[in-house]
Design a protein. Structure first.
Ligand code: ADP
Ligand code: TRP
Length: 319
C-alpha cells in the first residue's frame, strides 16, 4: 500500500504533528510503502530566509528519522529535489476550477481578514495535489486541518480521469479520530504558527515549561472538573494507556485533583514518550553525512515514480 504524507519545514516538530501525522505513518510503514517528504516548496509561502529554510529542512529530516521513520521501506525526500512536481502542478491547474481553490480555508481566511495573499498560497492545495497524485498514493495520513486539501486532490484526480482516462489513483485521507486536532497549550489547534506548541525535541526544561503554561479555568483543587473540556486531559489521553486515561478522567470528575498535579503527571508521560526519540536523534547526529545520503536515495526513488506518472500525463494531455 502506497502511503504519502508531507510536512513543511517551517518550525519545530510538535506533539500535534507527531500524533496527527507521524504516528499513523509509523503504524502503517510495515507492510506499507511510505513516501514521506519535506514540503519545502510549500514552506516558501511563508519562509523568506533561504539559510533558515535550508537549516530547518535538515533539522526536520533528522527529527522524522529520530521518530522512527524507516526510509528504506519507501522513500524519504525533499520536495524540491523533484522539480517535476511543479510541472505536474501546472498541468493539473488546467483541470482545476478557480472556485475549488477560492473555497480553501487557507486562502479564504486571509481574504476575509483583508490580508494580502500571494499566488503561492492560492495554488498551495494544487501543489499538494501534485505531491499526492504524482506517486499514485492510496492513503494520506494527515491531521483534520488538511481534510479540505485532500478533498481538492480527490476532486482534481476524478476530473482528470474523467477527461483523459483512468490515470490517477484516487487518494484516501487517513484522519485518526483520537488525534485529528491536538490542542496547543492555549487550547486552540497546536500549530507551529500559533506559538502554542509542545516541541518533541525541545529540551526537558522547555517541555516542562510549556506544559506548566497550559491554560485552564480557575477551578480549585476540590472542585469536580469535566475532562472533556480540559486541554490537560486531551493531551494526557494521547500519551497514557487506556487505564491511565480512565483513572485520570474519574479523578477529575470526582474533584480533589488540581490542574498543577495533573500537569506534572502529563509531563512525566510526555517525557517517557519523547526520551527514546531524543536519544535516537543524538545517535543520528553522530554521522553528519547520513541525512544527505538518505535524502539523495529517497529523491532518486521518488523522482523515478514521479517521472513515470508525468510522462503518462503529458502523453494523455497531448504534449
Ligand atoms: P503546523 O500547523 O504546525 O504548521 P503542518 O501544517 O506542517 O503543522 O502539519 C504537518 C502535519 O501534522 C499535517 O498532516 C497536519 O495535519 C498535522 N498536524 C499539525 N498540527 C496538528 C494538530 N494540532 N493536530 C493534529 N494534526 C496536526
Ligand atoms: N500542507 C501540508 C501541511 O502543511 C503538508 C503537505 C504538503 C502535505 N504536501 C502534502 C501533506 C501532501 C499530505 C500530502 O501540513
Amino acid at each position: 500500500m502506497r502511503i504519502l504524507s508531507g510536512i513543511q519545514p517551517s518550525g519545530k516538530l510538535h506533539l500535534g504533528n507527531y500524533f496527527g501525522m507521524i504516528k499513523p505513518v509509523l503504524e502503517l510503514q510495515d507492510p506499507g510503502e511510505p513516501f514521506i517528504f519535506l514540503a519545502n516548496y510549500h514552506a516558501l509561502t511563508s519562509a523568506q530566509d533561504g539559510a533558515v529554510l535550508r537549516q530547518m529542512t535538515h533539522d526536520m529530516a533528522l527529527d522524522l528519522l529520530a521518530c522512527g521513520l524507516e526510509p528504506e521501506r519507501g522513500a524519504f525526500y525533499r520536495q524540491s529535489d523533484i522539480p517535476e512536481l511543479t510541472e505536474l502542478t501546472w498541468l493539473l491547474s488546467n483541470v482545476t476550477p478557480m472556485g475549488l481553490l477560492e473555497r480553501c480555508h487557507s486562502f479564504k481566511d486571509k481574504m476575509v481578514k483583508g490580508i494580502p495573499a500571494n499566488h503561492g498560497l492560492f495554488a498551495y492545495p494544487l501543489l499538494m495535489t501534485a505531491d499526492i497524485l504524482a506517486v499514485q498514493a492510496e492513503v494520506v495520513p494527515v491531521g483534520r486541518d488538511q481534510k479540505q486539501h485532500l478533498e481538492v486532490a480527490r476532486d482534481i484526480a476524478m476530473k482528470f480521469n474523467h477527461l483523459y482516462g483512468e490515470l490517477f489513483t484516487i487518494p484516501k485521507p487517513l484522519i485518526r479520530d483520537d488525534a485529528a486536532l491536538v490542542p496547543g497549550i492555549d487550547g486552540q489547534k497546536m500549530s507551529k504558527s500559533y506559538n502554542n506548541t509542545i516541541e518533541i525535541f525541545g529540551d526537558s526544561t522547555s517541555v516542562r515549561k510549556a506544559i506548566m503554561r497550559i491554560v485552564t479555568d480557575s477551578k480549585t483543587v476540590e472542585e469536580p472538573k469535566d475532562p472533556d473540556e480540559n486541554t490537560i486531559f486531551a493531551l494526557y489521553q494521547l500519551v497514557a494507556t487506556d487505564d491511565q486515561s480512565k483513572a485520570m478522567a474519574e479523578r477529575f470528575r470526582a474533584g480533589g485533583t488540581g490542574y498543577g498535579d495533573a500537569k506534572k503527571e502529563l509531563h512525566e508521560l510526555v517525557e517517557a514518550t519523547i526520551k527514546p526519540l531524543r536519544k535516537k536523534r543524538q545517535e543520528l547526529c553522530k554521522d553528519p553525512g547520513y541525512i544527505q545520503r538518505v535524502l539523495d536515495e529517497g529523491a532518486e526513488k521518488a523522482r523515478e515514480e514521479v517521472s513515470k506518472t508525468l510522462r503518462r500525463v503529458r502523453q494523455a494531455m497531448g504534449l
